[in-house]
Design a protein around this ligand. Structure first.
Ligand code: SAM
Length: 268
């Protein structure tokens, strides 16, 4: 039942051997939502209309939202060193840039981009830069919009000088500065449901999410990415996802120690 729910709702495959993980997550959901036990959650789930509030909560609590600042380092180094300088050069007439973090979890990925843009490309202040961040999970989006992170979370990948510069202490936590927070627009978007219309995107970060989908779902999602990418736009995947997911509608482009993907013209 849970496997079907998660797959239908998100495209995520719950593999065999994950029983302990599922039980832990359901236990904490039961406590948060005032149920006596995980079994009570399942009972109510069985009687709830399809895709009611509890269905959504269960799907969200079973999705892995692991993330960190400047995750994998190299893609961000190359964005700063070569990808963005080249892109900015090509967009000097329109002075518009669109970047999209699809599956943004609690916001570390799009906020890493926002800080990088502000630190290294001050000339963009007078440009129209749209930084969109989406996820299917409303609970991670709530956290992302809040932009308040625990000490453990800021310790994951955020260089100390950036912590000092971009965050202020808020009790035991750290609150991101408003200018970085306001640079990102968060929206709910399920990658496996029909996508809304979007203007062409220059950079799409689709990282560490395709690996949870089956081959057919990956293909559909990548076809949609191909459709929304500008012809000279670039797709970034997670470290282990490249060979796993790519078909011939994209061609790899190396930038230093990272590989991005450009849509091949004419392939749909
Ligand atoms: C492991 S996190 C990756 C976060 C970030 N991209 C990174 O690389 O650090 C995966 C995220 O994908 C989201 N997700 C899973 N299935 C999704 C779907 N069908 N549509 C949109 N987001 C989805 C989860 O909610 C989670 O926040």
């Amino acid at each position: 039942m849970l496997r079907t729910l998660l797959f239908q709702r998100t495209g995520i495959r719950l593999e065999e051997g994950k029983e302990y993980f599922v039980e832990m997550r359901l236990c904490s959901l039961a406590t948060d939502e005032g149920f006596g036990s995980p079994t009570d959650v399942l009972e109510v789930l069985r009687t709830e209309e399809s895709w009611g509030v509890l269905h959504r909560r269960v799907a969200e609590c079973l999705a892995i939202a692991e993330t960190s600042w400047f995750r994998d380092v190299h893609p961000f180094d190359e964005l700063r060193r070569s990808v963005l300088p080249q892109l900015i050069q090509r967009r000097t007439t329109t002075r518009e840039l669109r970047l999209w973090s699809a599956a943004c979890a609690s916001g570390q990925e799009p906020y890493s981009v926002a800080m990088l843009l502000r630190e290294h490309f001050p000339q963009l202040v007078s440009w129209h830069v749209h930084l969109l961040a989406t996820d299917f999970s409303t609970s991670v989006l709530r956290r992302a919009r809040e932009a308040v992170y625990s000490q453990i979370e800021v310790n994951r990948g955020l260089p100390a000088p950036m912590l000092v510069k971009w965050f202020r202490k808020d009790g035991l936590d750290w609150r991101l500065r408003d200018d970085a927070r306001n640079a990102v627009e968060f929206r709910e978007l399920n990658l496996t449901a029909p996508w809304p219309a979007m203007p062409p995107q220059d950079i799409v970060l689709l990282r560490n999410v395709l690996l949870y989908f089956d081959a057919a779902t990956r293909r559909t999602v990548l076809r949609n990415v191909h459709r929304v990418l500008a012809p000279d736009g670039l797709l970034f995947l997670g470290g282990g996802e490249t060979t796993l997911t790519m078909d011939d509608s994209f061609e790899p482009v190396s930038f230093g120690r990272t590989v991005a993907f450009r849509p091949r013209p004419g392939v749909r």
